[in-house]
Design a protein around this ligand. Structure first.
Ligand SMILES: [Fe+2]
Ligand SMILES: [Fe+2]
Length: 476
């Protein structure tokens, strides 16, 4: 039986932190740095709000969450790992079948540190990207959901920092400090990955981000949850339970925007985007362009389609595949191949490459399959309203910045196009300055319980069985 989380300690944890005084002291030195970062880069102006938040009280699947009003600077960020499974063995790679590692093997130390730092860097980055959105919330319900995502991303940072402090000595502590000094979008000291330096300037961007980019988080965490380095596997398993809520915020948020748009289209008997806009709703064409943008920058996060690092991480047992244990193959993958797309003489061609080198592409394809599901559910909302429009994800090669496919200009429907054709059409394919200005013009601040901005439908149900008009945030 795993200890219940001890909230009487300065740093709530279920890892017996009190037994390791040096580690506890190091983390207690990092804690005020984190609090300073939260004050400077966390949700703008929110320090005195009482927010109806869930806090982890145990990592057991039943009843790990407790709901109550909390001021975010007082949120009990802590260190929670899933229980140690007895006798676990490494599930893939050249060490397959050997006992999992409780400590970092010397020869994999640099790679593991890099994996943990890269994951850890995304967590504070997304909080920074979203820090102004509270000022333009469409409802108290949505404001509360935003803050829930933000505090949990803060906790994900704690999760990675614990691993750095506990297992990587002085360079781990230095990396933990650096996680608080990089800044999303900063020209001199940016976050590590591209999508985490983009702006999230409005709520449609937030919903697309939490649908697509938090889903990248799901797939990365699921691959790390297979790791032979057992503390990393247990940490990421618990993070995955929180990630599910972030993706819910995105899927239901976009769905409610679409619902409102369709209601306006029906009420005013129009499919003309300028008339939809005149009624204060977001036209489906603009929603499609936002989708194209967030989808394409997110699939870049999986990295190059062929990568010797990906092969090394897998063979060494550091990072598995999504659902590794459910796959029916040898879990070593030597001599196996995988088809990747390339461009030869202006046309797409599929090429078989060694699967070990293509594992980024394997994970990207798993992500693509998963993300298409929600787009189908959004289309159901449009279909139900009797509107003939359908949303779709763009071609995999559209608007890519990383990998083989970044060498060509490709339309959302998968045609290779010239630079000139790209420039002519890009405003139909990606959000234009005009689209962004229009969406920004809708972003007011609605904070009366039960009221919703005119561009989004209310949710079907509230949080934790509270009514939709519950006072999810109290301003002081
Ligand atoms: Fe996260
Ligand atoms: Fe997340």
């Amino acid at each position: 039986m795993e200890p219940t989380i001890n909230y009487s300690e300065k740093i709530p944890n279920n890892v017996n932190l009190a037994d390791d005084r040096a580690l506890q002291r190091a983390l207690e030195r990092w804690q005020p740095e984190f609090r300073d970062w939260w004050r400077d880069m966390g949700p703008d102006g929110s320090a005195n709000y009482d927010v109806y938040l869930r806090t982890a009280v145990s990592v057991e699947p039943q009843g790990w969450a407790q709901f109550d009003y909390v001021r975010m600077p007082d949120y009990r960020w802590g260190i929670f790992l899933n229980p140690v499974p007895a006798g676990a063995t490494i599930g893939f790679g050249e060490h397959k079948g050997q006992p999992v590692w409780q400590d970092v093997p010397g020869e994999h130390r640099a790679n593991l540190r890099r994996i943990i730092v890269t994951q850890g860097d995304t967590e504070p980055a997304s909080v920074e990207q979203q820090r102004h959105l509270g000022l333009t919330c469409p409802s108290l319900y949505d404001l509360r959901n935003l803050f829930q995502v933000n505090v949990e991303e803060g906790r994900h940072l704690w999760a990675m920092v614990y691993l750095l402090h506990r297992y990587f000595g002085r360079d781990g502590r230095e990396e933990a400090d650096a996680l608080l000094t990089r800044r999303s979008g900063d020209a001199d000291n940016p976050r590590i990955l591209g999508a985490f330096n983009e702006k999230t300037p409005d709520w449609l961007s937030l919903f697309m981000f939490t649908y697509f980019t938090d889903r990248d988080g799901k797939f990365q965490l699921a691959a790390l949850a297979e790791s032979g380095f057992e503390p990393l596997a247990r940490t990421t398993k618990f993070m995955l339970t929180e990630e599910a809520h972030h993706m819910f915020v995105g899927e239901s948020g976009v769905s409610r925007v679409i619902q409102r748009t369709c209601d306006v289209m029906k009420e005013h008997r129009t499919d003309d985007s300028s008339q939809v806009r005149a009624q204060g709703a977001i036209d489906l064409e603009t929603i499609q362009r936002y989708l194209n943008f967030h989808y394409s920058v997110t699939i870049d996060l999986f990295g190059a389609d062929q990568s010797s690092n990906a092969a090394t991480f897998y063979t060494a047992g550091l990072k598995g595949r999504f659902d590794e244990s459910k796959r029916n193959d040898d879990h070593v993958l030597k001599g196996r191949s995988y088809p990747v797309q390339s461009v030869i003489d202006g046309a797409f061609a599929e090429r078989d490459v060694p699967m070990l080198n293509a594992l980024n592409e394997v994970l990207r394809d798993d992500f693509i399959r998963d993300s298409i599901g929600g787009v189908g559910r959004w289309n159901k909302v449009i279909e139900k309203a009797g509107v003939p429009f359908r949303l779709s994800v763009p071609h995999k090669a559209f608007h890519r910045k990383i990998g083989t496919l970044s060498q060509v200009r490709v339309s959302p429907d998968g045609r290779v196009v010239s630079d000139a054709a790209w420039n002519t059409s890009v405003d139909q394919w990606l959000p234009s300055a005009g689209d962004r200005a229009f969406v920004a013009s809708l972003m007011g601040r609605v904070v009366e319980p039960g009221r919703f901005a005119g561009w989004i439908a209310p949710p079907a149900v509230g949080v934790n069985r509270q009514p939709v008009n519950f006072e999810y945030v109290r301003f002081n």
